[in-house]
Design a protein around this ligand. Sequence first.
Ligand code: ATP
Length: 537
Amino acid sequence: MKSMDALVSLCKRRGFLFQSSEIYGGVQGLWDYGPLGVELKRNLKEVWWQDMITGHNELATLAGAPSPYEMVGLDCTILMHPQVWKCSGHYDLFHDYMVDCRESKKRYRHDQVRGRFVEYNEQKIFVTTLAEIEHELEEIQRRALKFFKLRAKNAGEISIGSESITLDRLDSHDEVLGPDAKSLGTLTEPREFNLMFKTTLGALGGAEDTTFLRPETAQGIFVNFKNVLDSSRMRVPFGIGQVGKSFRNEITPRNFTFRSREFEQMEIEFFCHPDQSHDWYRYWRDRRMAWYTAMGLSSDSLIMREHESAELAHYSVGTADIEYAFPFLPEGEYGELEGIAHRGDFDLRSHMEGKLDPATNPMTVQLGEDGKPKYRGSGKDLAYRDDITNEKFIPHVVEPSAGADRAALAFLCEGYTEDQAPDEKGKMQSRTVMKLHPRLAPIKAAVLPLVKKDGMPEIAQEVYGELKKHFNAFYDAKGAVGRRYRRQDEAGTPYCITVDGDSLSDRTVTIRDRDSLEQTRVKIDDCVDEIRQRILA
Ligand code: ATP
């Protein structure tokens, strides 16, 4: 089991992550990326963009893809028209219920939009199916049963330890934190509050000027669907990707950067024909899982959790979470890295029509007192007409939605390793090494003159100058070379290039591999190519 404390301390010591506004005591749920952290996160976003968007070859059919497809990117504003959040459902539904336990002083939250139910110290307990309940039995018994009478969709008698309880049907999420919670008398009244940060556009600050910092990047893509379609002349199927900041006023930010109040998302909205949407859902689910393992997460620490049908939003035929065994979670528990959701035509239709028919879209129904939809959509026709078949339809959407900060944290957790390596005299010493994939590593290569004399620094400077044109490289001439290696190991630098006495005569250097510790001699003129090949290997 990796120690989270050791990782957190390395992140601060080596400049991966700092608490925001630390000199004033810091702010919960806000984190700054230091000189190494910023490179890691930039690389992560760049690799995602390269692999998913610009590097995608629209003429090729990738393994598992139903057909070739196109991908483009977008960069939308954080502040948007307030109506966006009304039609998306966030204004009315993106809130948490917060309940405090009077006895234990613990805090519980309930996320209605996501159908996520009760959170106990970051462990989410979904009480929508009997299977889920059974899975969580001990946890529920220990922490929850005192406070809630749990209800499940699959009603019936079940045993929890020595107790036998009857689970009634769960009709609405509110009920559990509503009457039951109150009647137990151990909890404060549930307080409801929206997770969106409110702000004001313009100087007057009237109610109509109120808008929100976006809680997800996805909506910018939906409202620009027509613009992208008209300007790029793409044909369905195609995807639009976006990377950017999102903001959520989380009640319980914790576990380092895992649940932050300001974070970055890497989202794709993939538009396809409704008949093909199931195949595309499966394709994206598997492709995204494969991406995490290709970038270095161990498949033993990753799971794909398909949501039970009762757990799905009403419009969705499938949602899967890619989850990682973060070391701060108890053994056997996983935290979400990315959700891949089949969203049907829900979003485009909402932005066309506003709130919809209660029979088909119960979650979005917000009828005003006059019985008419509370919010109007844009009224714009967001349907797609296929120019070959002439068929007109509202595309279905598959959404792989990843968090850049959570992924960065997972790669840091996975990479953090304590092992043994020989020092200059060949004696084994314990070392801390951050085994990041070379594509993600903040510094790709460090150039180290063996000693600060005999012309070695000059050659090292030449190598460094050449590398710098292509990668983030680092020059270090201070201290014993063994110590310099250790510093680079901690920073996750995959390759150390050492200039020694032989370099002066034969213009070669050694490249030391961070993980295998193997040293290879290469010509100075081949250094850039060699490093590039190794990074991409
Ligand atoms: P959770 O259940 O953990 O709150 P979510 O299901 O609400 O997450 P989504 O709305 O599906 O998350 O957002 C997509 C991705 O954005 C998540 O998989 C996660 O990687 C990231 N994300 C969401 N909320 C946060 C947060 N507060 N801090 C950091 N990353 C986040």
